[in-house]
Design a protein around this ligand. Structure first.
Ligand code: BES
Ligand code: MN
Ligand code: ZN
Length: 503
């Protein structure tokens, strides 16, 4: 049952709920006295015990700090959780502090067996408020996510309602902002589900079926092309990767088409390897353990498109992915094979485990045919990006400084860490082949960069950005509002980027 999150007028002291999460800034308590007005009100209501807890536990409001007590019927909420937001920096940081606090509040409410949770924080007085309400709503549903479909015993969970407490009757735009925040989190959670589902379930067909289903529910168009059509389009690189598997490859295009479109469409392309064994250049057993995540780019594209249907931008948005498995077999493509894909560029395959760039090359070549205003690909493309940026940061590569800047700004607001990487032209030499136009590996050094340089050959002059999400697409243990496993990386970033372009 999905969590119901609403925004309504309520005084945290008197509003009745099973649990109140009151979020306060660092500095809400200084030298044993309460500086925050609402914290002081609450302390008065409960007869001063809040202040005693604050002193005993040295609570200051630092980010992640918390304090929990029972109101013993002296205030509206049965239990009180005071959550530290940390210091105020900039608005984007505030939004992420709120996502984190709302997620922590939901987890505490679940643990306490609360049915209703009220969340209050120092509301911004201006237009920033809408974004804050959206972020809190996002955080609540992101924090509520669990993947336990395959557990016999599900964790009992009574929480039904989250109420974001507004000091005044919320304006319509604020109510809308809460709804949009919930929609975002649901889209992120759907992407997490797709990544967390085992590869035995999310086959290329199942992923295509999911795209079709999402299109139907959200009013998008969806085209699914089987092997014969992919062949007709000349996508031999894609088919080369797919040929070692008994699973049929599927080429998918999801479209948002406004009634009277203004400007060129934008294209989003996701890597959709439903399982990456490495092919004949087989991965190690441990290297394969998490390779069901290799379709996380496509999961993000599907979820971004469903948010596009809610945002209704005046320009068209097209989502593309080529779904297949990368498997070793008697039919598999081989190291040394030379393949000419859709664009006519020949590629020498030196390592069948560098398969993502091959599929993306053909799908990007297709996506740029309609001359989009911008094309963005998302891919769990290289282990090397984890070496470069660590496990939590997305690598951004772009041939267009304006587009890169837009994505960096959108990522900050969305709370998704990204870092721009270079595309040094002189490194192109590393992916030149003696027998073909390109080879699909560029050696051990700068692996994420030469993968991006490879993709660049297939986008022509179209403004293009490549997001290597191999790190943040999944995490090995819970981290803030991201659960263990799939995170839905890229969904919030793409939605925010589209929202800004639509303004
Ligand atoms: N899907 C992998 C990259 C990956 C690694 C994703 C870790 C998520 C976590 C990709 O297809 C791959 O195997 N890349 C190779 C490229 C190499 C053979 C040039 C890699 O990074 O080792
Ligand atoms: Mn691979
Ligand atoms: Zn891969």
């Amino acid at each position: 049952m999905p969590l119901q999150t609403t925004v309504l007028a309520g005084n945290p002291v008197s509003h009745s709920s099973d649990l109140l999460a009151l979020c306060v800034r660092e500095g809400a308590v200084v030298r044993g006295t309460i500086a925050d007005a609402r914290l002081a009100d609450l302390d008065r209501a409960v007869g001063g015990v809040l202040l005693r807890c604050v002193i005993d536990e040295e609570f200051k409001g630092a980010e992640g700090q918390h304090l929990s007590l029972h109101s013993h019927g002296k205030a509206g909420p049965q239990r009180i959780l005071v959550l530290g937001l940390g210091r105020e920096k900039d608005q984007d940081r505030t939004l992420d502090q709120l996502r984190g606090a709302a997620a922590r509040a939901v987890k505490a409410a679940k643990a306490a067996g609360a049915k209703t949770l009220a969340i209050a924080w120092p509301w911004a007085a201006d237009a920033a408020l809408q974004r804050e309400v959206q972020a809190a709503a996002e955080g609540a549903s992101l924090g509520a996510y669990v993947f336990e479909r395959y557990k016999k015993e599900k964790k009992p969970f009574k929480l039904q309602r989250v109420e974001l407490l507004s000091p005044v009757k919320p304006a319509r735009a604020i109510v809308e902002a809460a709804r949009y925040g919930v929609a975002i989190a649901e889209a992120v959670n759907a992407a997490r589900d797709l990544v967390n589902e085992p590869a035995g379930r999310i086959t290329p067909r199942a992923l295509a079926a999911e795209a079709r289903h999402i299109a139907k529910v959200h009013g998008l168009q969806c085209q699914v092309l089987p092997r014969a059509q992919i062949k007709k389009l000349g996508m031999n690189l894609f088919l080369g990767v797919a040929q070692g598997s008994v699973e049929e490859p599927q080429l998918v295009k999801l479209s948002w088409e406004p009634r009277r479109a203004t400007g060129r469409p934008v294209a989003l392309v996701g890597k959709a390897i439903t399982f990456d064994s490495g092919g004949l250049s087989l991965k190690t057993a441990s290297g394969m353990e998490d390779m069901k995540v290799d379709m996380a780019g496509a999961a993000a594209v599907i979820s971004a498109l469903r948010l596009v249907a809610a945002l209704k931008p005046p320009f068209a948005v097209h989502g593309y992915f080529g779904a297949c498995e990368n498997m070793p077999s008697g039919n598999a493509y081989k190291p040394g094979d030379v393949i000419v894909g859709k664009s006519g560029t020949s590629v020498e395959v030196l390592n069948t485990d560098a398969e993502g760039r091959l599929v993306l090359a053909d799908v990007l070549a297709w996506a740029v045919e309609e001359k989009p205003a911008a094309v963005i690909d998302l891919a769990t493309l290289t282990g090397a990006i984890l070496v470069a940026l660590g496990p939590w940061i997305t690598g951004l590569f772009s041939n267009d400084d304006a587009l890169a800047g837009e994505l960096q700004a959108a990522a900050r607001t969305a709370g998704e860490p990204i870092w721009r990487m270079p595309l040094p032209p002189e490194m192109d030499e590393l992916i030149k082949s003696p027998v073909a136009d390109l080879k699909n590996t560029g050696g051990r050094y700068g692996g994420a960069i030469n993968a991006a340089l490879f993709l660049q050959h297939f986008v022509g002059k179209v403004p293009w950005a490549h997001l290597d999400i191999a790190g943040p697409a999944s995490v090995d243990k819970e981290r803030g509002y991201n659960p263990r496993g799939g995170t839905g990386a890229g969904v919030r970033l793409l939605a925010e980027w589209i929202r800004r372009r639509a303004e």
